[in-house]
Write a protein that binds this ligand. Structure first.
Ligand code: 13P
Length: 250
């Protein structure tokens, strides 16, 4: 059994004071956390302050992006080493907003995944098809290509340090969730692909999160699916009460 993972991706929201308030409340309310991994991904500016609030707790910190190089002349960018120093354990890589708004293709995602591992951080590797791709019945082909190119040169050991997140682009921020069956079908496909490439054991140990309009209302039925091991939550993770309800789903 994989321990469920609930992760909140705050995107470009919350200034430092709000982020610290949220983290303090979460820490207090999850003093005896349910048996699940809880991760929050604040914006860069709040990482260090939130890390201080969370130190010694079971709540984990993620960044939302990184640059693939260790250091150098890359104005405006942040390296894995910097994130690690700020207190991060995870990095979200390949989010669809990075892919569509910032032009990150599978090769870039692959370099970022390798940089994440090299910095001893753990990737939350995001994949997902657009509405058009789904309507053209290309979902599995798109996912397969994202897996193949994104995971190029990554070892079974690297996969053992990673989380995957299936986020259908058409379900992100739209209030339109994939049905549990639709999500399960893709999750199963991902797990089978991982089994083919890295072996059954690695595939069975890998947590595959679902993302796209997850709310306190729909979390439980999504989590009932055999291959859905957690959630990557956007909008509903911004409010502490709603995020806590998701964390505590039954
Ligand atoms: P929403 O939950 O707002 O749809 O966002 C999902 C997401 O992009 C998480 O990374």
């Amino acid at each position: 059994m994989i321990r469920p993972v609930i992760a909140g991706n705050w995107k470009m929201n919350k200034k430092i004071a709000e982020a610290v308030d949220f983290a303090s409340r979460l820490r207090y309310d999850l003093e005896a956390p349910p048996d699940r991994e809880v991760i929050i991904a604040p914006p860069f500016t709040a990482l260090q302050a939130v890390a201080e609030v969370l130190r010694g707790s079971a709540i984990r910190l993620a960044a939302q992006n990184l640059h693939e190089a260790e250091k150098g002349a890359y104005t405006g960018e942040i390296s894995g080493g910097m994130l690690s120093e700020a207190g991060c354990e995870y990095v979200i890589v390949g989010h669809s907003e990075r892919r569509t708004l910032f032009g990150e293709g599978n090769e870039t995602v692959n370099r970022k995944l390798r940089a994440t591992i090299a910095a001893r951080l753990k990737p939350i590797f995001c994949l997902g098809e657009t509405l058009r791709e789904r309507e053209e019945d290309r979902t599995k082909a798109v996912i397969e290509r994202q897996l193949k190119e994104g995971l190029n040169n990554l070892t079974a050991g690297d996969i053992g340090r990673s989380l995957l997140a299936y986020e259908p682009v058409w379900a992100i921020g739209t209030g339109r969730t994939a049905s549990p069956e639709q999500a399960e079908e893709v999750h199963r496909f991902i797990r089978e692909w991982i089994a083919g490439r890295y072996g059954r054991e690695k595939a069975e140990e890998l947590a595959i999160l679902y993302g796209g309009s997850v709310t306190p209302k729909n979390i439980a039925e999504l989590m009932l699916q055999q291959d859905i091991d957690g959630a990557l939550v956007g909008g509903a993770s911004l409010d502490a009460a709603s995020f806590l309800q998701i964390v505590r789903y039954e």
